[in-house]
Design a protein around this ligand. Sequence first.
Ligand SMILES: Nc1ncnc2c1ncn2[C@@H]1O[C@H](COP(=O)(O)OP(=O)(O)OP(=O)(O)O)[C@@H](O)[C@H]1O
Length: 260
Amino acid sequence: MGARLSLSDISLHFGGVKVLEGVSFDVEPGVIFGLVGPNGAGKTSLFNCISGHYRPSSGSITIDGSEVVGRAPSHLAHLGLARTFQHPALQLRATVLENVLLGGHIRLPGGPVEWALGLPRTARAERSIRAEARAMLDAAGLGWAADLPADELSHGLHKGIELWRALLSKPSLLLLDEPAAGVSHAEVTQLIDTVRKVREEQDITIVIVEHHMGLISALTDKVVVLDHGRKLMEGTAAQAQSDPRVIEAYLGKDATDDAA
Ligand SMILES: Nc1ncnc2c1ncn2[C@@H]1O[C@H](COP(=O)(O)OP(=O)(O)OP(=O)(O)O)[C@@H](O)[C@H]1O
């Protein structure tokens, strides 16, 4: 079952800077949910609050009813959360396969002592996850790159590696931070197909921060629009794109006057 994510009255202040103010919304299990808004609206900061990288100044965030504010990212991974970053965070000297395998670590049985001892059940699990990672890369048409150092690949493929790494952890809640930023048109089309397939084949809830409205329209069931750290509206992507408040936030007041 995809996870249920609930945010209630989230605020985030850095000194006197109010980055988020009273943001609340629910993400139903199994949906693809978009978080959009102009530059600096607070989207990545909100992702950082959900993934445990930032601690909100106030408010509550629950995943399947469990409070996660104050929990470390590693704890949240055990609750089924995985994320990608706006700027891919890869081990550039390691191979593509090794980067993807980092996502499978969470699925290994036992703890650090067992892993260090290389007990048979750990070794078996490692072999099985490695085979799964290779199969994922093959299915994505990236088998040729599996044993290459990550730094030999393009930015678009780095984004792909992050996505496969996150998926190898078998998340019930996946946060994608600007997956289409800086990637080619053909790669965006491939990304849309991949995310659709993932949703068809897995019980997963996906939240996407993205400026690419084509991708948001193609994929999301619902969106929340943020502006200056506040929730501006909630609805479908089509409703957001025709909402005068959203048009004004992106383009300024003149644009809505012109449209009237
Ligand atoms: N650690 C921090 N300290 C101070 N200010 C911060 C910090 N993190 C984010 N901010 C500020 O919060 C505001 C929102 O930034 P954020 O990156 O969350 O916006 P965004 O909507 O993701 O923007 P973009 O679409 O450009 O990526 C910005 O003014 C940013 O400078």
